[in-house]
Design a protein around this ligand. Sequence first.
Ligand code: NAI
Ligand code: 15L
Length: 271
Amino acid sequence: TAPRTVLLTGAAGGLGTLMRELLPPHGYRLRLFDRRTIENTDGEPDAITAELADTGALREAVRGVDAIVHLAGISLEAPFEKILRANIEGTYHVYEAAREAGVRRIVFASSNHAVGFTPRPADGSGAIPVTTSRRPDTYYGLSKGFGEDLASLYWDLHGIETVSIRIGSCFPRPTSVRMLSIWLSPADCARLLHAALTAPDVGHTVVYGSSANTRLWWDLSGARALGYAPQDDSEPYAAELIAAHGALDPDNPEHTHLGGAFCTDPPRWPY
Ligand code: NAI
Ligand code: 15L
């Protein structure tokens, strides 16, 4: 069958850059969207440089696509007004463009920070359910809760299906002890996006996004139910990271909640 055409917003970002490599082998042709110029688009002429606030550009971007993977937005803490424009209004514009164009499936990059003030469970317990109450740790996390609810509304009202993935930490390798529990390897991220794009009848489904980590903090069964079969585990990095940084310390506020430092001194969006 022909590759499905997917609009990838946030394509110039860290995750977007990784997914540009890792999604096409699963059978996708990507159209790219970002406010920043997307580098090295030789084989991918289908790249649009625009703000999410540019509804005309978004309307063009969604035309003819089968689905949207919505990664664009502020990915760290920022003043409320900036979060409002990029993440809250921006995500609304994406859903409106999808509705107008008849796009039936969106994958929304939610975040662990939607529930970041949830106390950290025991390593490996997988104890945090997807139904746990929202406990955002930042305006950033709050905006991700908004995105999940917007997805729910557009399913109930307009029949647009969404998988909201509360991503842990998706980077080429884990770089902190906390990440041993919530790491999502880039290859597993592509597997999870593929599952979220192809699973039937998802309505609006919220799942956690991580690899099959030995020290897992949350319940991965929702993601697995979509057909996701993670292949990676952060455990091979554990000894080195614990030697460098020390084990999780129950007296360190950065280590007592799922959101880590976002609960105490969140990293700030630099732009
Ligand atoms: P990133 O900050 O590297 O990339 C975000 C991209 O969105 C940037 O290229 C930026 O230019 C673009 N963008 C921001 N505001 C925009 C706007 N108003 N209009 C158009 N483009 C805009 O972030 P990263 O790490 O690639 O994350 C991608 C998505 O996944 C974000 O939504 C983030 O919140 C979410 N996420 C990422 C996690 C991770 O571990 N990388 C963890 C949890 C969630
Ligand atoms: C996120 O939501 C951020 O976008 C990402 O940069 C990481 O900080 C990640 O969470 C995390 O919690 O490690």
